[in-house]
Write a protein that binds this ligand. Structure first.
Ligand code: COI
Length: 360
């Protein structure tokens, strides 16, 4: 058993044995926290230049000016991608080009330069491969890859930062972000706080969309809920998205999800599930969905990189709680999840083959 000592300037260190190419984590109990891994990726550029010369460096803390744009004015974006190890030994990424393109859209909104799609994918591949021993065995979870685009140059006046850093760190995670996974999420419909508003940045993965939901999310978790479902900030009548994922409803075999109208994150899993659902014969509508429709739905489920596809077990809106059956193996969410798994495992050919990027 080889012993590998990984110790970095930040003081973070770990001694891990490697057996059969794996680090010695307890793979049956991975969790959803940050496990320090071996390497991260860093690439920098100044305001009017392009990113060049990215490199892998040991995983550790980063040094920042106290006046960094990201620290003072929240000029930052993040992405989430998973690398999965298959039974056939291959390691695959799911549609990383979509994350790269979404980062470009976000960068434009947040006045930042962004890496090209090729640079982004190359960096994601390198980050996963350099940390290969942290990619969980097949079925036990995945390597969560977190690309960040940050305004790291110092700035005091309200202007874009003079320097930017594209940074990727990775960490092994269990299959579903939520412990309750297939038993169903308990969602609280929030009618006081909003996540996004017209003309804001709800449609990009800006870090500034996440801190404001911590308050309603913490309140809801303290009351036993899994997560919060937000309503539109204009009328308070229509459902938008959950703090960590997109939402779908099913009524009479038609699947519906809120349209991406500027206040909803265009999730890569959301987009993929719409395509998969249409391919397997469902009618899918992207439109405004009232809370009443959600309460009367046959089924509801959430999608996201972290959550993948997870059924909703109950929704609580003001004094009303509605429960949905989550044990039906023929539910729409089960069918979507099993089709998605089949695509990832290379069991479905056709156009979905192009969704996978193999890295080993
Ligand atoms: C993801 O699904 O990758 C996300 O960004 C959600 C995150 C808040 C865990």
């Amino acid at each position: 058993m080889a012993q590998i000592l990984s110790s970095i300037s930040s003081g973070i260190s770990h001694t891990n044995s490697v057996e059969n190419g794996y680090t010695d984590l307890d793979w049956d109990n991975i969790g959803y926290g940050v496990t320090p891994t071996d390497y991260m990726y860093m690439m920098k550029c100044s305001k009017d230049e392009e990113f060049i010369d990215g490199q892998l460096i040991p995983y550790g803390n980063v040094e920042l000016s106290p006046a960094a744009g990201v620290l003072n004015y929240g000029q930052g974006l993040f992405e989430g991608i998973k690398a999965r190890r298959r039974e056939d030994g291959r390691i695959v990424l799911f549609r990383p080009d979509e994350n790269a393109l979404r980062m470009k859209v976000g960068a434009e909104r947040m006045c930042m330069p962004s890496p090209s799609v090729d640079q982004f994918i190359d960096a994601v591949k390198k980050s996963a491969l350099a940390n290969k021993r942290w990619i969980p065995p097949p079925g036990k979870g995945s390597l969560y890859i977190r690309p960040l685009l940050l305004g790291t140059g110092p700035i005091l006046g309200m202007s874009p930062a003079p320097e930017y850093t594209f940074l990727i760190y990775v960490t092994p995670v269990r299959n579903c972000y939520f412990k309750e996974g297939s038993t169903g999420l308990h969602l609280y419909v929030e009618d006081q706080f909003h996540r996004a508003f017209r003309g804001g940045a709800g449609y990009v993965k800006s870090i500034t969309n996440y801190a404001p939901v911590l308050k309603p999310l913490t309140n809801a978790k303290d009351r036993g809920f899994s997560d919060v479902l937000y309503l539109d900030s204009v009328s308070g009548k229509y459902i938008e998205e959950v703090s960590s994922c997109n939402i779908f409803i099913v009524k009479d075999k038609t699947i519906s999800t809120p349209a991406t109208n500027g206040t909803i994150l265009p999730g890569v899993t959301r987009k993929s599930m719409i395509e998969i659902a249409r391919d397997i014969g469902f009618k899918v509508e992207e439109r405004q969905i009232s809370v009443e429709e959600l309460l009367e739905a046959d089924e509801a489920f959430c999608t996201g990189t972290a959550v993948v596809v997870v059924p909703v077990g109950s929704v609580t809106y003001q004094a009303q709680r509605v429960e949905y059956k989550t044990t039906n193996i023929n539910s729409v969410s089960e069918r979507l999840l099993s089709t998605y798994d089949a695509i990832l495992n290379g069991q479905l050919g056709g156009k979905n083959t192009g969704w996978l990027v193999e890295i080993n």
